[in-house]
Design a protein around this ligand. Structure first.
Ligand code: COA
Length: 416
């Protein structure tokens, strides 16, 4: 089967998570992704949090599958020459170095555009160009704080809180992938490449869109009725942390199930969708609530929503999270068990769909990773192992016209 991105060559000048997540996804969809790494060390994540001595860490293998690895010292003149050749023959260059690193290396946007006017140059930075913080280096949690996620996550009586989801890293990579694909389509029309830039702050803020909605509502009316602070608590002039409250018009909360005393994940998320009130009452064995004016409407329920959640917890007390969801699903109630990483890793449905995949690796044996979350009718992305450091150096150099002797010389000079 021909993959949609076959024939697109990508210079993958990325490291850590934000950039690699982007190029990995493009590789799954068929792009020829050549990861350019510093000789001897490579992407820092190869060594970070190793669980097997002398084998690439999972941090690396889970973000760099389906790629080739070319070692190249792009600060040496001989290395720069190789990179220039590669640039002339590639469609996209993706990078997420600290601010100014590519310019310092001698590859500014202007220079890249001169070398290959059809090439798309895609960058991740912490902050967008021209932002007053655009000189800052940024990691995940910094971005979550800068993008509004931390101030709105957690409980009102605790500090700003970081999400475990990579809102700053992988999320920014996904935004960048959309930008690259858009620029590739644009190039089909104009014949020209362009610069695509995504900042981690902007990408986090994009996911916090509803919190900016809430800020404006708060400024207009002084309260937010779907937050636990309403109606008994206080609101200041900024969107507060709402704990586990539902983000939209549907109240919801994380509720205890059987075994919560010893199992920290014996919980479900329960949503009280307005039009599902009748089935909820039936499911809970509380038919008298259906037409009771104190419960009938969402507005009437809100002042005592936690008392309602308590009642639901009473109903859940003798049911595991899985049993509870099996009952509630029959009543069309939006809910889910709180799943652990262990449960997800062993979930047969996720294995069958290719969302959790086991990948054989030359040095590690096999490891689990998250496969493509995007499913197609005509493409089944297959996940292959991440490359060893420099595994494809000779192959890539040969494809650029370097002879065996040239490659030997480059190695002698420690340029590759
Ligand atoms: N050959 C020679 N030098 C190389 C090289 C190669 N193949 N690849 C990278 N380098 C050099 C760069 O030129 C740069 O050198 P310089 O600073 O002397 O100009 C250096 O290695 C890399 O610098 P930097 O990217 O700043 O690394 P860092 O470890 O100090 O910072 C980050 C890491 C992630 C904080 C930083 O890269 C960053 O802010 N990136 C943008 C935001 C981002 O993506 N963050 C999230 C990552 S998940």
């Amino acid at each position: 089967m021909t993959k949609p991105l076959e024939g697109i060559r990508i210079i993958d000048f990325t490291h850590v998570q934000a950039g690699p997540a982007c190029t990995q996804m493009l590789a799954w969809f068929g792009a020829d992704v050549i990861k350019v790494e510093r000789p001897g060390s490579g992407d820092v994540t190869r060594n970070q949090l190793r669980d097997i001595p002398d084998a690439d860490a999972l941090y690396f293998t889970m973000l760099n599958s389906n790629k080739k690895s070319l070692t190249l010292d792009t600060k040496k003149p001989e290395g720069k020459e190789v990179l220039e050749k590669l640039i002339r023959e590639s469609d996209v260059l993706v990078e997420n170095f600290g601010p100014g690193a590519l310019d310092r290396m001698g590859f500014s946007w202007e220079r890249l555009n001169e070398l290959n006017p059809k090439m798309i140059v895609a960058s991740v930075k912490g902050f967008s160009d021209g932002h007053h913080y655009d000189d800052l280096k940024v990691y995940e949690n910094v971005a979550q704080c800068a993008g509004g996620a931390a101030s709105t996550t957690g409980f009102w009586d605790g500090p700003p809180t970081i999400s475990a989801a990579a809102l700053g890293d992988s999320n920014t990579g996904m935004h960048l992938a959309i930008g690259i694909l858009t620029a590739l389509l644009g190039r089909d029309k104009t014949g020209k490449g362009q610069k695509v830039a995504v900042s981690m702050q902007d990408s986090v803020l994009n996911l916090c869109r509803v919190k900016l909605r809430d800020q404006q509502r708060l400024e207009r009316v002084g309260y937010l009725e779907e937050y636990p602070q309403y109606p008994h608590g206080e609101f200041s002039d900024v969107v507060p942390r709402g704990g586990n409250a539902g983000g939209g018009g549907q109240p919801g909360w994380v509720l205890k199930c059987k075994g919560w005393e010893t199992d920290p994940n014996a919980y479900i998320y329960f949503t009280i969708q307005g039009h599902a009130w009748e089935p909820i009452c039936k499911a809970l064995g509380k038919p008298e609530w259906i037409n009771d004016p104190a419960y009938k409407t969402a507005e009437a329920r809100q002042p005592h929503i936690f008392e309602i959640f308590k009642t639901i917890e009473g109903w859940l007390a003798d049911k595991t999270k899985f049993e509870a969801v099996d009952i509630l699903r029959k009543f069309d109630i939006p809910c889910a068990p709180v799943l652990t990483m262990k449960e997800l890793a062993n979930d047969p449905s996720l294995r069958a769909s290719g969302t959790i995949v086991e990948v054989p690796h030359k040095k590690r044996g096999s490891y689990l990773t998250v496969g493509s979350p995007i499913k197609f009718s005509d493409l089944k992305p297959e996940v292959t192992a991440s490359p060893l450091l420099g595994e494809h150096t000779e192959e890539v150099l040969a494809s650029l016209g370097y002879s065996k002797q040239d490659i030997f010389n480059l190695r002698e000079m420690k340029a590759v």
